[in-house]
Design a protein around this ligand. Structure first.
Ligand SMILES: *[C@@H]1O[C@H](CO)[C@@H](O)[C@H](O)[C@H]1NC(C)=O
Ligand SMILES: *[C@@H]1O[C@H](CO)[C@@H](O)[C@H](O)[C@H]1NC(C)=O
Ligand SMILES: *[C@@H]1O[C@H](CO)[C@@H](O)[C@H](O)[C@H]1NC(C)=O
Length: 186
């Protein structure tokens, strides 16, 4: 292939562009972002209702893999959820938000879910703010820990962790109630 006569020039230009861009890639922001107090640690406590049964499920399986049904850990299952979050363990207690997103069975040996959920709050000072939860949920463990990787509104720049503990699991229906303690720096 013939070498383009201007190739060295183009390369030099690309290099210059790359250097200029990397100089502007990041900078330290000294002043606080308006309305942002990074020193705040918020503890959220609520119950997550994962209803898979009945005619109004809030968690629906949308995909399975070729071996999901014969897999002891349901490997390959993907569910989309819009689960209510309430102040108490009873589903009739006050709803404070929803857990929206999906989880998938991602472990071939034991039950292990990848959780990719937004916690969307609808009550009180956090109404309209969201927290993004992403990580592994080893559902057979008594207490599971899942990272909080971000947030919006009051939870901008949010980071932290969630601890999940199953309080009720109906082995007939598959419905679960899970207690969540979430800590977010924001
Ligand atoms: C697995 O079982 C579900 C529910 O019975 C069914 O909808 C799905 O098609 C099955 N998947 C395969 C790959 O057989
Ligand atoms: C939930 O609350 C309703 C009334 O608000 C009550 O009838 C029901 O027994 C409660 N369920 C549980 C599991 O506590
Ligand atoms: C599980 O759900 C079924 C169907 O709704 C119900 O009859 C049963 O009492 C439930 N079991 C427990 C332990 O709550």
């Amino acid at each position: 292939m013939a070498r383009h006569p201007f190739l060295p020039l183009f390369s030099a230009l690309l290099l210059v562009t790359a250097i200029t861009k990397s100089e502007a890639f990041s900078k330290t922001v000294k002043s606080r972002f308006p309305g942002h107090n990074p020193e705040k640690l918020t503890h959220l406590h609520f119950y997550f209702h994962d209803t898979v049964s009945g005619d109004k499920p809030t968690a629906v399986v949308v995909a399975t893999g070729p071996n999901t049904n014969s897999s002891a850990s349901a490997f390959g299952m993907v569910a989309v959820v819009d689960d209510p979050l309430t102040v108490g363990p009873n589903i009739t207690s006050e709803e404070v938000g929803r857990a929206q997103g999906m989880y998938s069975s991602s472990d071939q040996k034991t039950f292990g879910l990848l959780m990719a959920l937004n916690l969307v709050f609808t009550k009180g000072e956090f109404s309209g703010s969201t927290v993004a939860m992403y990580g592994r949920n080893s559902v057979m463990s008594k207490v599971r820990e899942i990272p909080i990787v971000g947030g919006t509104g009051a939870f901008r720049f949010g980071r932290g962790y969630a601890q999940a503990k199953t309080v009720r699991f109906n082995t007939t229906t598959g419905d679960a109630v899970v207690e969540y303690n979430v800590y977010v720096w924001h």
